[in-house]
Design a binder for this molecule. Structure first.
Ligand code: C2E
Ligand code: MG
Ligand code: MG
Length: 433
């Protein structure tokens, strides 16, 4: 193998036996020495192979090592811009590179490099989709520790992972701000849970014919220490990414169960309350058993509780998800599919999913009502869903006219600002119980 990695720098340096790269400590030492002499001509690239675990699992460790070493050969060994590189762990590699191009060109070159590498190697691992993600940090002045630069490149690498089409991201202040906000939101969540301060609101669901409130959806809000509200649009993606959504949902479930017990004992026995369940539960937890165990103690009918799941829950591990949802339903809870029509809706799903209710998405309803054809499709869809005994709730209804149209199509229940926004439990009790 031709080695352009600076051999002089690596003399007498101990190397990782699998990759022949210097160990992390030695990498840092060498990089710091280089930067101490000249500090404005370098950038760090951090890369990793997604699904590397699956490659090892499906093709064996030796095949995994072959792929990793091919990447290392192209990434640094045969790359004359590379000064020194190391493997942080597993498939995570980091290199110090000479910058002789503009920032955009560097990003473009790494992006192309990643795509080319995948194109050339995917055929050898046909059952595991390979992705490479990279983050770049340009060292503008050597005023920190090399590990800080690596952290920034890694922060950019993680940002690249969140995108479908982008495989390389350059570190920026915006990214840092985003990261800080993520940390802030997670701290607020933790504090809100500890101090039992998560705000749980209820939005009524109304029977169109009787105009009576027949149910409610529980929707949560976080409150920071200044009293500012953080809305689900911001915190749900963060909590889903970090897995913390499990803690939030469990809190909301416990909270709602306690409220239902109170209502039941006070004689309010016919309001069905729904809770949103993130898809993350179905991949990681024994959520069905846990929920049932918590509810059993209450001694109230399970038919008063509904769980809302979005259709994206069924994109992965469909059998396992169906089994868990089946357990919830067997116990007597209702399950609805939320935001139907907003994303990947497949009619095919409806025929295999064990659900009771379909909630039609606001966006879907609004765009459908714009055209004659859209209206026909929505009318047909509602009829079809009713024919297979599914209940339908139309979400985001803001005007009487839209309510009338969906009622004519056969929908009996709506939720939306026309009737009320999400309100506090006290206000809900005062207005509707
Ligand atoms: P969702 O479950 O589809 O809830 C309905 C959302 O639509 C709510 O937004 C509600 O305030 C809003 N909405 C209701 N009626 C109208 C209307 O007439 N017009 C308009 N423009 N909007 C209306 P919210 O409360 O901001 O929640 C957003 C999403 O966040 C929810 O969508 C749900 O998917 C998620 N979410 C909220 N709380 C939780 C939670 O505790 N756990 C989980 N896993 N997800 C939650
Ligand atoms: Mg919902
Ligand atoms: Mg919805």
């Amino acid at each position: 193998m031709k080695e352009t990695l600076n051999e002089k720098l690596l003399k007498n340096i101990k190397r990782d036996t699998i990759t022949n790269l210097p160990y992390f400590d030695n990498f840092c030492m060498i990089a710091e020495n280089v930067l101490a002499k000249e500090d404005d001509r370098y950038h760090i690239v951090a890369s990793d192979i997604s699904n590397f675990k699956l490659i090892n699992k499906n093709y064996g460790f030796s095949q995994g090592d072959i792929l990793l070493n091919k990447l290392i050969k192209d990434f640094c060994m045969d790359n004359e811009r590379c000064v020194v590189a190391t493997r942080i762990y597993s498939d995570h590699i980091v290199g110090l590179f000479i910058t002789d191009e503009s920032d955009e060109t560097v990003v473009e070159r790494v992006t192309k490099f990643n795509s080319k590498f995948i194109n050339e190697n995917q055929k050898d691992y046909p059952i595991v989709p390979i992705h490479i993600h990279s983050g770049i940090y340009k060292i503008t002045s050597n005023d920190g520790h090399i590990t800080n630069y690596i952290d920034r490149a890694n922060m950019a690498r993680k940002a690249a992972k969140g995108h479908y089409k982008i495989n390389c991201v350059e570190y920026s202040e915006v990214l840092l701000k985003e990261q800080e906000r993520v940390a802030e939101v997670l701290t607020v969540l933790e504090e809100n849970i500890r101090n039992k301060e998560i705000v749980v609101l209820l939005q009524p669901k109304v029977n169109i014919k009787s105009q009576k409130v027949v149910g409610a959806e529980a929707l949560s809000r976080l409150k920071d220490s200044d009293g500012n509200t953080i809305s689900p649009g911001e915190f749900i993606p963060i909590l889903e990414k970090t897995g913390k959504i499990l803690d939030l949902d469990k809190y909301v479930i416990k909270y709602v169960f306690a409220m239902m017990k109170r209502w039941y004992e006070s004689g309010y026995k016919d309001i069905v309350v729904s809770v949103n369940l993130s898809r993350i539960h179905f991949y990681t937890d024994d959520i069905a058993e846990e929920i049932i165990k918590g509810y059993e103690k209450l001694n109230i009918p399970p038919s008063l509780v509904e769980f809302e799941v979005t259709e994206s829950v069924f994109l992965r591990d469909t059998d396992m998800v169906i089994e868990k949802i089946g357990k919830l339903r067997e116990y007597g809870f209702k399950v609805s599919i939320d935001d139907f029509g907003s994303g990947y809706s497949s009619l095919n799903l409806i025929s295999i999913l064990p659900i009771d209710i379909v909630k039609l998405d606001k966006g879907f309803i609004d765009t459908s009502l714009d055209t004659k054809r859209g209206k026909d499709i929505m009318g047909g869809l509602i009829k079809m869903l009713k024919d297979v005994d599914l209940d339908i709730v139309c979400e985001g209804i803001e005007t009487k006219e839209v309510e009338e149209v969906v009622y004519k199509f056969g929908c009996n229940e709506v939720q939306g600002y026309l009737h009320d926004k999400p309100i506090s439990i006290e206000e809900f009790e005062r207005k509707y119980l």
